[in-house]
Structure formats: structure tokens, C-alpha cells
Design a protein around this ligand. Structure first.
Ligand code: UGA
Length: 459
């Protein structure tokens, strides 16, 4: 299908003809954002999934995940003829010049990534390719996967040439569209200059925005992804441990983070102390990084420590809540605001709220909870949680209120209503959303993270 040229924001953005015929295999989070984004860059994109219901829904414009702006960019590119959905993998392989692999790489029990789906897609490409293909890994895959795909393509291929590229994604849930359209950098790991050139063509609109392109070999690109996520997870874990020290010595972690972050060598981002990192990426990738390292005979000690500390931090949050309730939660009700691992997503994967809520339940607490998006996904995870319609209903009759995810809606609570709804005016703010002095003057017993002489005492 050929797309008509379009004019956007006063700029002629698209070429007369689509840039590259692309297939994106896997319409999970990464695949769908990538497919829609690449179509918006002027490529002709077909997204493939084996899930018939999902593809049917996507064809009707129903987006299976909550991601701000994704629905608009999907419907626009479908309407303009650059984005299609199919379950017919062989046909998609044949029609494409460039094939992005964006299938899941779930963690195995030992922390390593399960490559079953990636390998199967590589076998399918080998079987159905009908001309030269560029095969690009978008899924986060262990170092060496590019080579493995290359071996599969050449061992089982039907004589056509295939080149493998690693093009890791750096999308954050909740701002994935913005991250795709205006990334800090594009990383291309290729084994020949022609492949790198085709990747640049695919991402051509980013050149005009002067986005840096890092062109390297496949292994380096694969490692960049793990190194970046591992470093960010370390940065968060570092500030979470600083927060522990702050509570002991009477310092304020937000001031410490500000003072550190203004050093341009450190930078201010990812220095917000909280209940530990979660989500589908940092926990999985830090543990895979440690595993990859072990397999190569080296113990990546910082990564191992980050994983251990992150688990400890979550348990510290349970202790913090129990202490705020006088050391005993048996028979008490705790209201939890926010369930998702971060705002603007419905994703519950590895959310810090899972060990926190389960830890409180084990100690005999009753849980009431509210999240603007993640309730449906939470229902499969928790037993015995009462889900409420808004923060005030959640607080109703509870012995304490916990702010677990910093949704914007929780930054502007009507504190008088919250206080009136709670049985006791106890607030444990695990995201440091509120100012301690203000909360005290409003009559709350207020606890937060790393902002008091003793985080377990009120501030
Ligand atoms: C992360 C990376 O930020 C993306 O660059 C990467 O592409 C993505 O993983 C991936 O590998 O696919 P994401 O998991 O969506 O993105 O979320 P983040 O915004 O990075 O947050 C991760 C966790 O760290 C959350 O639990 C968040 O609450 C926590 N966090 C983040 C903090 O506790 N403090 C901070 O200062 C920042």
C-alpha cells in the first residue's frame, strides 16, 4: 500500500513514496510503538502478531495497552495508509525489506532471557524470505543474540541474503511516543555499512532534528541497552540508599539529590528516592546483565548488589508502613493510592506495590486500593484487596494512607477530605509528593522517604 504525502505542522514531512517496506513482528508494547512510530516517519509498516483477537482489535482501532498518544498515532497512520495489521507472518516477511523483531524475551527463573520466540521468528524469516532482508532486533536481547539470529538465517535460509542489525529501544512507558519521536540517540549495531545506511533511511526524519546516531557493531549495540538500563537502575538504587542514610543522619534526600544532580557530570534525572524500581525493564535487564556477566565468567558485583538492595528497599517500605501504624497492622486497614510501577501506565509488572501489599497482608492488614489505570491488571495479582473508585473512597475508614505511585491526580488531593475520610490522619508518602511542613500543618502524621531525622518517626 502506498501512502499519500502528508503535511504536518506546516512542514512537508513525508517523502512522495514511503521510505522502506517494514514488518514489525510482535505487537506488544515495543512492537506497537515501534510500528506506529516508523509509519509516522513515512515508512510502509505491517505489524504482525499470532494473537488473532489482538490483531482484530487493532484493526478496529482498539489499543491493547494504555500509553498516552498511542491510539492517535495508530489511527492516523492507519487512516493515511502506512500502517496495517496482520496475523499472516509469511506474507509480512515476503512483503518487507526490513523486518523488526519485537517479540517478548521473558525472564527464566534463573534471571536469563528466554529467547524461544526470537529464535522462532528467525526460523520463520529464514523459511519465507524471498529476497535480501534486513533483520533488526528491537527486543532487549542478550549479547550474542544477533550472531545467533545470523546463524539461524544462514543455516536454514533459502539462499537469499540477510543482514542482522541491533537497534535497541530506549522507550519509557508513559512517554514512549515522545521518546520514539525525539530520542536522545539512535543506536545502530550493524556488521556492514549498507545495513547501517538503510537504518538511517528508516529513521530519516530524526536527522533533521539532529538526533545523534551511534553506529557500531552488533555486540556493542546489544550491550549499550543493558549498560544504559543497568546504570539507570544503579542510579536509582544509589539514591535509595542515600535516602536510608538521610533518615539516619537527619538529611533531606531531595536536597542531597539536587546538590548532586547540579553537577553536570552526574545530572539531575533518575535521582528520585522511592520504593525501589519496578516495571518490565529494569528488574529484568539488571538481572539479565548479571546473568550474562556470570556466563562469561565474571561476577558483575555492582549489578548483583543493585538487585539485592532493590529488594531490600521494598521490604523497608513495608517496615516503614508498619512502624507508622504503631508497629502492628493486624486488623488495621491500609489505603493504597497507586498500584502501577509508575504513573501513566497500567503496567503492574514487578511493581513495588506487589511486595508491599503482599507483605502488609501477610501481617494481617486489610487493603483498600485505587489506581487510575492499573486496577484490571492488579486483580490477577492480589487476593482480598478492595478496589475503590477514587482516593477519598479508598481513604474511607482506613488507619493510614500510602501514596505508592506518583500519579498527578495524587499531587492535588483535597487534604481536608482525605483527613475527614481516614480513621487516623496518618500518611506514608513513598514518592515524596507532599511537603512535610504542609502535611504537619494540615494535621497529618506524615512519613516519607529520606526526608527526616528518622524516616520511621513523623516529620
Ligand atoms: C526504562 C528506561 O527508562 C527506558 O529508557 C527503557 O527503554 C525501558 O526501561 C526499556 O528497557 O524498555 P520504564 O521501565 O518504562 O523505562 O520506566 P522508568 O521511567 O525508567 O522507571 C523505571 C522504574 O524506576 C519505575 O519503577 C520508577 O518509579 C523508578 N524510578 C525512576 C525511581 O524510583 N526513581 C527515579 O528517579 C526514576
Amino acid at each position: 500500500m502506498r501512502a499519500a504525502p502528508a503535511v504536518r505542522g506546516g512542514h512537508r514531512f513525508l517523502p512522495e513514496e514511503p521510505r522502506v517496506d517494514i514488518a514489525v513482528i510482535g505487537t506488544g508494547y515495543v512492537g506497537l510503538v515501534t510500528g506506529a512510530g516508523l509509519a509516522d516517519f513515512g515508512n510502509d509498516v505491517i505489524c504482525v502478531d499470532i494473537d488473532v483477537n489482538k490483531i482484530e482489535a487493532l484493526r478496529k482501532g482498539v489499543i491493547p495497552i494504555y500509553e498516552p498518544g498511542l491510539d492517535k498515532i495508530v489511527s492516523k497512520n492507519v487512516a493515511e495508509g502506512r500502517l496495517r495489521f496482520t496475523t499472516d507472518l509469511p506474507d509480512a516477511i515476503r512483503s518487507a525489506r526490513a523486518i523488526f523483531i519485537a517479540v517478548g524475551t521473558p525472564p527464566r527463573p534463573d534471571g536469563s532471557a528466554d529467547l524461544r520466540f526470537v529464535e522462532e521468528v528467525a526460523r520463520q524469516i529464514a523459511k519465507h524470505m524471498n529476497g535480501p532482508k534486513l533483520v533488526i532486533t528491537k527486543s532487549t536481547v542478550p549479547i550474542g543474540t544477533g550472531r545467533l539470529i545470523d546463524e539461524i538465517l544462514h543455516a536454514t535460509g533459502n539462499g537469499h541474503k540477510a543482514a542482522v542489525v541491533s537497534n535497541p529501544e530506549f522507550l519509557r512507558e508513559g512517554s514512549a511516543i515522545e521518546d520514539f519521536m525525539k530520542p536522545d540517540r539512535v543506536v545502530i549495531g550493524a556488521s556492514d555499512p549498507q545495513s547501517a545506511e538503510m537504518m538511517k533511511e528508516i529513521y530519516a526524519p530524526l536527522h533533521s532534528l539532529e538526533i545523534p546516531f551511534v553506529v557500531t557493531n552488533v555486540e556493542s549495540a546489544e550491550l549499550i541497552k543493558y549498560a544504559a538500563n543497568g546504570f539507570l537502575a544503579t542510579k536509582i538504587t544509589f539514591i535509595n540508599e542515600i535516602a536510608v542514610i538521610c533518615e539516619e543522619v537527619g538529611a533531606n534526600v531531595q536536597d542531597v539529590a539536587l546538590g548532586m544532580g547540579l553537577d553536570t557530570r552526574i545530572g539531575p534525572k533518575f535521582l528520585q528516592a522511592g520504593p525501589g524500581f519496578g516495571g518490565s525493564c529494569f528488574p529484568k535487564d539488571t538481572s539479565a546483565m548479571a546473568d550474562i556477566s556470570r556466563r562469561h565468567g565474571y561476577e558483575f558485583q555492582i549489578m548483583e548488589a543493585v538487585l539485592r538492595v532493590n529488594d531490600d528497599i521494598k521490604q523497608r517500605m513495608v517496615v516503614k508502613i508498619v512502624d507508622a501504624l504503631g508497629g502492628e497492622v493486624l486488623g488495621k486497614t491500609v489505603a493504597i493510592l497507586g498500584l502501577a510501577f509508575k504513573p501513566e501506565t497500567d503496567d503492574m509488572r514487578d511493581s513495588p506495590t506487589i511486595p508491599i501489599i503482599k507483605g502488609l497482608q501477610e501481617k494481617g492488614a486489610t487493603i483498600r486500593a485505587y489506581d487510575p489505570q492499573a486496577v484490571a491488571n492488579s486483580k490477577a495479582i492480589f487476593d482480598g484487596v478492595t478496589y475503590c473508585e477514587d482516593p477519598y473512597e479508598t481513604a474511607d475508614g482506613a488507619d493510614a494512607l500510602v501514596i505508592a505511585t506518583e500519579w498527578n491526580a495524587f499531587r492535588a488531593l483535597n487534604l481536608t477530605r482525605i483527613k475527614g475520610a481516614l480513621r487516623k490522619p496518618v500518611v506514608i508518602d513513598l514518592r515524596n509528593v507532599y511537603e512535610p511542613n504542609r502535611m504537619r500543618s494540615e494535621g497529618f502524621e506524615y512519613y516519607s522517604v529520606g526526608r527526616s531525622a528518622d524516616g520511621r518517626k513523623k516529620v
